[in-house]
Design a protein around this ligand. Structure first.
Ligand code: HGY
Ligand code: MN
Ligand code: MN
Ligand code: MN
Length: 391
């Protein structure tokens, strides 16, 4: 049976702990091969789409298909469940339905979206954003990883034609409903399985502070234009601005050139900001940006701000959520601060998310965990959902 244990050794990150599995890298290609083999073994027809997403079809493709799935990539040093739990649970739900002799009256598919975390190319949900036209293919293909390899080049090496990437109306038209199962990220659930009601508005901004590179020992303090100072003040400004349920995080700060005995010439800082609605998110980012600009000016540095990705609040389809809640025995629906491919598709097709309880709430870290019984309850809920929607 397809299981997280099958891939437990794929993409382990010895240095960071946890897993580092990124779009089109060697590890993710190994995971895609594993998925293709597992899906084929179940008699599903596996077809990649033009944007690098993998679709395993039970009948179809399309129209009006019931689609489930998630992603196999991770954040750097991420946990084992975020993404793969949704893919493994989908395969196990297919096993449950086939074992009881269920025959879907409409096509059913399991999809694996590429680069959901943006851990390599910096923009989250890249595969689902490409498919829905939420990002122009030229912009997506021009994104580069820390080694300077572009998404277009990485896709080409994986056998995809960057020139064919972009909004895929045929793929979108084939989807009647989309349901993603995911490990809960946070600790809102007191029962094994819940539904998502909404996703916070959220985005990523890149701040590049530029000063003057110089010698750490030979340069007097008064002669410096050290970009690390405004970068550091941005980190603290993010914490101060994130009030009233808003969240602002700097998880990545890269000084250039990054020598211990070198005053950086520039520093790149990535801000992840989220809040209940667009207005509040923009307000938080504006506060932080104002402080960053003032800090840069005081230190004689320049600052350039780039919005790298942004998505407004997602409200999942109420009718579908209510329908599934009743089919599943009144499971609770709760908001989430985490983004998902389901959040991208929700603007195009009726979409729902099933959450599996996370006892610690920790995610995007090696400690991410869900109890086996709760995972089994998630598979049962997904099988019931798919049978209900595809019967
Ligand atoms: O960033 C997120 O919330 C998602 O895990 N990509
Ligand atoms: Mn994630
Ligand atoms: Mn995820
Ligand atoms: Mn020297």
């Amino acid at each position: 049976m397809a299981d997280l244990a099958d891939i437990a050794d794929v993409g382990r990150d010895a240095r960071r702990g946890g897993y580092s599995r990124h779009g089109f890298d060697r590890v993710e290609l190994e995971l895609r091969a594993w998925f293709t083999e597992e899906a084929t073994r179940r008699g599903l027809d596996v077809h990649p789409d033009r944007n690098g997403n993998l679709w395993a079809w039970w009948g179809g493709p399309g129209p009006d298909a019931v689609v489930t799935g998630s992603h196999l990539d991770s954040v750097p040093g991420g946990g084992a469940f975020d993404g793969p739990l949704g893919v493994v649970s989908a395969l196990q739900a297919v096993d449950v339905l086939r074992a009881k002799g269920f025959r879907p009256s409409r096509p059913l598919a399991v999809v694996v979206f590429v680069e959901e975390e943006g851990g390599r190319f910096g923009v989250a949900c890249l595969g689902s954003r490409l498919m829905t036209g939420a990002i122009p293919p030229e912009a997506a293909c021009a994104l580069t990883d820390p080694d300077g390899v572009s998404f277009g080049e990485a896709a080409h090496r994986a056998g995809f034609d960057p020139l064919r990437m972009g909004r895929d109306d045929a793929a979108l038209a084939s989807v009647g409903r989309f349901v993603e199962l995911h490990v809960e990220q946070g600790r809102g659930l007191t029962v094994p399985v819940g539904l998502a009601s909404s996703i916070l508005a959220h985005g990523r901004w890149r701040f590049t502070f530029t000063g003057e590179g110089n010698h750490a020992g030979a340069t007097l303090i008064e002669d410096r234009r050290d970009p690390m100072l405004p970068a550091s003040r941005l980190v603290l400004a993010a914490r101060r601005a994130a009030t009233g349920g808003a969240r602002a995080t700097v998880g990545r700060l890269v000084p250039n050139p990054g020598g211990t005995n070198v005053i950086a010439s520039s520093v790149d800082v990535w801000l992840d900001a989220r809040a209940a609605d667009d207005h509040r998110t923009r307000e938080v980012v504006a506060l932080i940006t104002e402080e960053a600009r003032a800090a840069a000016a005081e230190e004689g540095c320049e600052v350039r701000v780039t919005e790298e990705s942004y998505g407004d609040t997602v409200h999942f389809d109420r009718g579908l959520a209510a329908e599934l809640s009743s089919v599943l025995g009144d499971v609770p629906a709760l908001p989430t601060g985490a983004g998902h491919d389901a959040g991208i598709l929700a603007a195009h097709v009726p979409t729902a998310m099933l959450f599996v309880r996370n006892p610690t709430g920790i995610s995007h870290a090696p400690e991410e965990f869900a109890e086996a019984d709760d995972c089994a309850a998630g598979v049962a809920a997904l099988a019931t959902t798919l049978e209900h929607l595809a019967r």
